[in-house]
Write a protein that binds this ligand. Structure first.
Ligand SMILES: Nc1ncnc2c1ncn2[C@@H]1O[C@H](COP(=O)(O)OP(=O)(O)OP(=O)(O)O)[C@@H](O)[C@H]1O
Ligand SMILES: [Mg+2]
Length: 391
């Protein structure tokens, strides 16, 4: 490869930022205002719609404007000790050391924790991290976590600064400890000035946490629904990214991409990634390149979709195959007959399972459709339901 060869300008999987991030202007404005106001927010969206990227972009902008933001991904904190470590490290790095320049002063805010942490300073970059040994009495661990959760609010109030705490993959809170939500909620409730931002990739668990009236977080935060990126806003981004690397994409090809992905952020970047790859240097992508790109996407997702298919029951496979061919209402007699579906109760059960796995969703009009990007296309091209043995 020549050094001057341009590299693919599309990215999927990692967080989108800088030039891989597009639009979301209305959402960004609203989210930034909520955080400044100390309003708690929970962000709901299907998988890979760009929740984490949106919050990252919003908080980066806010940090530049002097807001202090600590962020913990609960997927990385399987125990309360680990949670305490990440919280302490983040609070130190993003809040305490910005308020107190002197190292001793920044560390002093962690004095008086029920469990004394071990503090490690990285000799390379002088970054500080905290450790809490496992095996301490649960009450001491709880007291330590509680104190850490309260710290951002106290520090912000002391210095008159706006503070936010972002908790990603928040649905994991119940896995860490079923009693943790209660403890957290009690602390957060007493901190109306701190904005807590919750997001998570498992939508049905997030819904339970925030919409079940028996749960401590019931109606505790503003609900923020994130949709797709409107195709007319995505289109100029795609064209511009091609151009930035010396290639072009024609309008029909952009339309073909967006027809396939309907503005799903991850899916659009993925299909564009493959389309860009098959477009020769200095040339213009056409719908033929998009077709070739789509074939590449399906090859690369084959293992994943095969697993999805293997995990599906016989009735679920029939419903998936039917919906791939035609979105609609599988439990109605007419649809069911057309697609030779099993009895309505089985279909209903299959649908419930598919919706729960976020493979299928009900549309505004009440019909069902496959929402996992490219799965419908894969089913059509790969699976012959007549040959697929019922299990
Ligand atoms: N604003 C955006 N502009 C362009 N692409 C985006 C944008 N937001 C997200 N994406 C694309 O979507 C992918 C997923 O984004 P992100 O990880 O932020 O989503 P998520 O909703 O947090 O996902 P998960 O449900 O897995 O937690 C990114 O890798 C990127 O390709
Ligand atoms: Mg995420």
């Amino acid at each position: 490869m020549r050094k001057s060869d341009p590299t693919n300008p599309f990215r999927y999987g990692a967080l989108a930022f800088d030039e891989t991030f597009t639009d979301r202007e209305g959402e960004l404005k609203e989210l930034k205002a909520d955080i400044r106001n100390g309003q708690d927010v929970v962000i709901f969206a299907p998988r890979r719609y760009g929740k984490s990227s949106l919050v990252l972009k919003a908080t980066r902008d806010l940090v530049r404007a002097g807001v202090l933001v600590a962020q913990v991904d609960l997927m990385t904190t399987p125990t309360k000790e680990k949670l305490a470590e990440k919280l302490a490290t983040e609070i130190h790095r993003r809040i305490a050391s910005r308020l107190y320049r002197a190292r001793e002063a920044a560390l002093s805010v962690f004095r008086g924790l029920r469990i004394t942490p071990t503090i490690t300073i990285d000799p390379n970059d002088a970054s500080v991290s905290f450790g809490f040994e496992p095996g301490r009495a649960p009450a001491d661990v709880d007291a330590t976590v509680e104190r850490l959760l309260a710290l951002p609010g106290e520090l912000g109030a002391e210095r008159g600064r706006i503070v936010a705490l972002v908790l990603d993959e928040f649905q994991e809170v119940v896995e860490i400890d079923p009693d943790l939500p209660k403890l957290m909620r009690a602390v957060f409730q007493a901190q109306p000035q701190v904005a807590h931002v919750y997001l998570g990739s498992k939508r049905h668990l997030m819904r339970t946490i925030f919409n079940d009236e028996n749960e401590p977080f019931w109606r505790s935060a503003k609900q923020f629904e994130l949709g797709v990126i409107a195709p007319e806003l995505f289109a100029p981004f795609i064209a511009e990214r091609f151009q930035a690397t010396g290639k072009r994409i024609d309008e029909a090809a952009v339309a073909a991409v967006l027809e396939q992905t309907v503005g799903h952020p991850y899916a659009t970047q993925e299909l564009c990634y493959f389309t860009w790859e098959v477009t020769p240097r200095n040339q213009t992508a056409t719908p033929l390149h998009v077709d070739e790109g789509l074939a590449g996407v399906l090859r690369s997702e084959h293992a994943h979709f095969s697993l999805v298919w293997e995990d599906a029951s016989a009735a679920q496979r029939l419903v998936l195959a039917a919906l791939a061919a035609e979105p609609g209402r599988p439990y109605t007699e007419e649809y069911s007959r057309r697609h030779r579906l099993p009895p309505a109760t089985n279909v209903q059960k299959a649908l419930t399972g598919l919706v729960r796995r976020e493979l299928v969703a009900k549309t505004g009009g009440g019909a069902y459709e496959i929402v996992e990007p490219f799965l419908g296309e894969w089913v059509i091209r790969t699976v012959d339901p007549a040959r697929d043995e019922a299990r």
